[in-house]
Design a protein around this ligand. Structure first.
Ligand SMILES: Cc1cc2nc3c(=O)[nH]c(=O)nc-3n(C[C@H](O)[C@H](O)[C@H](O)COP(=O)(O)OP(=O)(O)OC[C@H]3O[C@@H](n4cnc5c(N)ncnc54)[C@H](O)[C@@H]3O)c2cc1C
Length: 463
């Protein structure tokens, strides 16, 4: 490691850093700057891959000395591309992978670079789990700091609701513990305020008994049945128990053996269900959903919780160009259902889809002042997702997605879920109530007035 680059004299950092430092001239820079969304093309001046909190402290102090803004990466899944930057330093936590489970206390402490697949693998042998991402390669970091909706959320709350404590490196180069007793104002901000307040080097989560077997899977219907099936679905899930977590998607059916041949390549309705309680009770609770239609394919049954957690992995490969949004829906009216079905993707690249998640239960029971997560009362979250391979197709796919969002505006609360939002500062206040947003800005003044951590859904300091 030699020479002064426009990231400053890197030797100074290298002498105290046990992880990897990667400059634009170094081999490995090209793959290291890439994130999951292939449409993102940014070039940090320096990539620091710490091995632990001491390295993170060294990197942040170095960035402060050099006046460099800092991007932070855990799983790299931000579709908005906030976990990489131009003209700044990237702190990539992907070497920090430790997960320690305290089964007796029902807590797990995970380092800042762990993904949900890694976390679930560590807790599953104890029959325990925390609400986490529905694709295994999603990082615990960005997911939790932005709220974090998982299959277990109607029963056990958001990922951030299960955060017991966190270790945070702040812009002024301190390592702080944040929990209900210490730095509780900062702890509040970590529940929805994203990566705005520092680098979280470890997350301690509450665990819950789950499985090992739960009831889960997907029901497939031809598009022609979708509107009627969704009306029946809505009536049933609106009064459903907290153990029942569902979503539905409109997407082109893949030519897979589990899809009836006549549906291959046709747009279908897929209804995903998870009942996280006793499997016998689960079978009873999901039975009415299985009778709707009836489905062309019924792939629901008992399965390990971690199998359900990986169910959507094939729909989320790296290397594709992605664009998405997350808009909370006030209700799912008949008219909203019809508009959704009319806008189902057709003639677009095969992974392009509209997903609608059903929330409620424990998510809505947390008072709005309790965390920095807005829009908790909204029962549904609209999540259109476009994915394609060639830059030539950017405009077509992005235009389709904006059409879906515009058409669904009349049914939206006006609030957004920032973890699904594009990289647009104007959207940020929509993730919060007015009071939450004001409190987050005041907190930014206290912990991060320099706005060193600005590559995120940015909370501007108030002063
Ligand atoms: C395939 C896929 C599936 C998804 N499924 C869900 C889902 O089921 N439910 C849901 O709620 N969301 C889901 N999301 C959205 C997801 O919550 C966000 O993309 C989230 O940012 C991913 O976390 P990450 O750590 O991988 O992100 P990264 O891209 O690594 O980071 C995103 C931002 O988070 C911040 N950050 C990350 N880690 C840290 C840290 N340790 N300390 C400080 N700041 C940090 C940084 O500001 C960074 O810019 C999904 C996204 C994808 C692409």
């Amino acid at each position: 490691m030699s020479s002064t680059t426009n990231a400053g004299p890197v030797e100074k950092l290298a002498s105290t850093f046990s992880g990897e430092l990667i400059r634009p001239v170094d081999g490995g820079y090209e793959p290291a700057r890439r994130v999951w969304n292939a449409a993102i093309d940014k070039r940090p001046l320096l990539i620091a891959r710490p091995r632990g909190s001491a390295d993170v402290l060294a990197a942040v102090r170095y960035a402060a000395d050099q006046g460099l803004p800092v991007a932070v990466r855990c799983g790299g899944h931000s579709v908005a591309g906030t976990s990489v930057c131009d003209d700044g330093m990237l702190v990539d936590l992907s070497l920090m992978k430790e997960v320690q489970v305290d089964a007796a206390a029902r807590t797990a402490r995970a380092a800042g670079g762990v993904t949900w697949g890694e976390y679930d693998r560590a807790t599953e042998p104890f029959g325990l789990a925390s609400p986490g991402g529905r694709v295994t390669t999603t990082g615990i970091g960005g997911f939790t700091l932005g709220g974090g909706y998982g299959w277990l959320s109607p029963k056990h709350g958001l990922a951030c609701d299960n955060l017991v404590s966190a270790e945070v490196v702040t812009a002024d180069g301190r390592l702080l513990t944040a929990n209900d007793r210490e730095n509780s104002d900062l702890f509040w901000g970590l529940h929805g305020g994203g990566g705005n307040f520092g680098v979280v080097t470890s997350f301690e989560f509450r665990l819950h008994p789950v499985g090992p077997s739960i009831t889960g899977g997907m029901l497939l219907h031809p598009l022609e049945q979708a509107a009627e099936v969704l009306r029946g679905y809505r009536e049933y899930v609106d009064g459903g128990p907290d153990e029942l977590s569902t979503a539905f998607a409109l997407f082109p059916a893949p030519p897979e053996p589990f899809v009836p041949a006549e549906l291959h390549g046709r747009t279908v309705l897929g209804m995903i269900v998870c009942h996280c309680g006793d499997p016998e009770e689960g079978a009873r609770v999901v039975a009415p959903l299985r009778r709707l239609g009836p489905p062309a394919a019924d792939l629901v049954g008992p399965m390990p919780y971690t199998t359900l957690q990986a169910l959507l992995d094939p729909t989320a490969p790296p290397g594709w160009r992605w664009y998405n949004s997350g808009d909370h829906l006030a209700e799912l009216t008949d008219e909203a259902i019809d508009v959704l079905v009319q806008h189902a993707p057709s003639g677009l690249a095969p992974l392009t889809q509209i997903i609608v998640f059903r929330h409620g239960g424990a998510v809505g029971r947390v008072p709005e002042t309790g965390t920095a997560v807005g829009n908790r009362a909204a029962p549904y979250l609209l999540h259109p997702l476009a994915a394609w391979l060639s830059a030539d197709d950017d405009d077509r796919h992005m235009a389709w997605l904006r059409d879906v969002v515009d058409a669904m505006k009349p049914y939206s609360t006006g609030g957004v879920y920032l973890n699904f939002a594009p990289d647009d500062d104007a959207i940020v206040p929509g993730g919060y109530s007015r009071e939450q947003y004001a409190r987050l800005r005041a907190l930014k003044d206290v912990y991060e007035a320099s706005n060193m951590f600005r590559f995120n859904h940015n909370i501007r300091p108030a002063t």
